[in-house]
Design a protein around this ligand. Sequence first.
Ligand SMILES: [Zn+2]
Length: 102
Amino acid sequence: MSFETKLNDGIFCIPKCDDCKKIVWPPADLCNHCFGNVSLKEGEFEGKIIEFSSKENLYFCLVEFEKTFRIIATILKTPDVGQSVKISKCGIIGGDYFFEVN
Ligand SMILES: [Zn+2]
């Protein structure tokens, strides 16, 4: 199961190396530190809003997870910097990753 297969099914996973336990981001099959095997961890991950901007009534946030990697996500309510969020929706649209948090 690849990260993208899961994402396409609407499941967000964090790719972690089996050997050195580091998060592998951007997602890959092999660890970019030690070339170990990467496993996908499912869960209710909490992220933190680093910054946001708005465009046509939509908010785009930069969200940091596990103090390691950042993604761009949309949010429906007015966000705050430093706010904790969870991924409520995700997928792949037109080849691009899509995330929504709340
Ligand atoms: Zn590793």
